[in-house]
Design a protein around this ligand. Structure first.
Ligand code: ASP
Length: 434
């Protein structure tokens, strides 16, 4: 076990979790045992990752921005980051739309199944509609307004406020660049050290990752709905997964073309973060590990990774946008609606915005999907159709969200000469230590 690379250990933990979950689901009282005695360890694992998300963003971004030493470098990197993020999201939605129009998964849903599902899940659907309504009722500039917190301490009390923390950290970093060096020196070295401590904490948490994902997956399996529902939604789920695979292929291609790094190098480096994204369904919870993998194993310099990745975890959700496009058209097909070309173009715009607005937590993509449905005039009751398979698809789209962020950080790093060689600092023995 000691010699096994981290991603294999995590994969093993996942597999054993699924097997134990399946066995326990068929055992009388097994479900309760998992819920009472195994699930809490999964929760502790996710919590420990989330626990360091905000301190990590603060320390890494302040250090990253102040290391740039010059505001023009910051605006150059910021412009590129946002530009590439939007481009990859538009590519993602387009792939989703093309596939869903070719496969037409909605046509395989019969009238009876549709009525049954709408009936079964109407309660859950309402919950999502309510959260979406709250977001919709605010004015058009509300999202922008929300980026600026009125109190940094209260902003830091919720992981949902990541953009506010990012704003504060970048602002603070800019202040640090602008003051004389003899004054900024101490503050900078404080945040440098703080950042190192947090990264070490990530290493420590990752030692528990195989056990954490075991607990998460075992609990997920005993709590998942019946297999019959999955079957009815098979084509839909397959379309989303196929789209996500195509998107990962696009990333690999982008990395190869822009950074000349081989696909295996990229996948090997990022895989523990991908597996964790799959197990936790949260890009925010995965962020500390994504940062570590990208800097130590993919060679992106810290000042780039610490700027590009926290922003990506919050606004760049390519997997989510692809899923939203497929889900919207699938529901329309299931309700026998024909969407015009211009409506589908509009879906590209709304799904791009909706994915930017989605929080990096489980199920967030579904809340924002309500907005896409609303725009295209597709019945919101259709959410009930996709409910049963949402969690597994959430797991898959989160993997892609995280992979997309890593890809963009490499491209941005390369474009400003900040992509070097891997330099592994932790106990993972994927690469020779230096
Ligand atoms: N779970 C996704 C993430 O955290 C968001 C979503 O699509 O629901 O990246």
């Amino acid at each position: 076990m000691k010699k096994l690379a981290l991603h294999w250990k995590i994969l093993l933990g996942m597999l054993v979790g699924i097997i134990v979950g399946l066995l326990m689901s068929n055992l009388e009282g097994g479900r309760e045992i998992i819920q009472d005695w195994v699930k809490p360890f999964g929760k502790i694992f996710i919590n420990s990752l989330k626990l360091i998300a905000i301190p990590l963003i603060l320390a890494a971004l302040i250090k990253g921005v102040s290391d740039l030493k010059d505001i023009s470098k910051l605006s150059k990197m910021g412009g590129r980051t946002i530009g590439i993020y939007i481009t990859t999201t538009i590519i993602a939605v387009s792939i989703g739309l093309v596939l869903v129009n070719i496969v037409k998964p909605g046509n395989s849903i019969t009238e009876v199944t549709r009525a049954e599902m709408v009936e079964n899940y109407s309660g859950d659907t309402q919950k999502y509609k309510d959260s979406a309504k709250e977001q919709k009722e605010s004015g058009p500039l509300k999202a922008l307004e929300d980026i600026v917190p009125e109190n940094i301490f209260s902003a830091a009390t919720s992981n949902r406020n990541m953009l506010q923390i990012i704003f504060f950290a970048v602002f603070f970093g800019i202040g640090l660049i602008l003051i004389p060096e003899e004054k900024s020196k101490t503050v900078k070295s404080f945040f440098d050290g703080f950042n190192e401590v947090i990264l070490k904490m990530v290493d420590l948490i990752m030692l528990a990752a195989p056990y954490g994902v075991f607990a998460l997956l075992a609990a997920l399996v005993v709590e998942s709905p019946s297999v019959d529902l999955f079957k009815a939604l098979g084509w839909y789920a397959l379309t989303v997964i196929l789209g996500l695979i195509c998107l990962v292929a696009v990333y690999i291609f982008i990395v190869l073309v822009f950074t000349k790094k081989k696909p295996l190098f990229f996948l090997n480096g990022i895989s523990p973060a991908q597996l964790l994204a799959f197990s936790t369904s949260s890009s925010a919870a995965t962020l500390p590990v994504t940062m570590e993998r990208v800097t130590e194993h993919l060679g992106v310099e810290e000042e780039v990774a610490s700027f590009v990745l926290p922003i990506g975890a919050t606004i760049n959700m390519d997997g989510t946008s692809l899923y939203q496009a497929v889900a919207a058209v699938f529901i329309a097909q299931a309700f026998g609606m024909d969407l015009s070309f211009s409506t589908q173009l509009g879906i590209i715009a709304t799904a791009t915005l909706a994915s930017i607005g989605s929080a990096a937590v489980p199920g967030a993509g579904m809340v924002m999907l309500v907005g896409v449905l609303g725009y295209a005039g597709i019945p919101e009751a259709g959410l009930a159709l996709i409910f049963a398979v949402d969690r597994p698809l959430d797991m898959c789209r989160t993997v892609v969200n995280v992979t997309g962020d890593a890809t963009v950080s490499m491209v941005v790093g390369k474009s400003i000469g900040k992509l070097g060689e891997p330099h592994v600092k932790n106990w993972d023995d994927n690469y020779p230590k230096n």
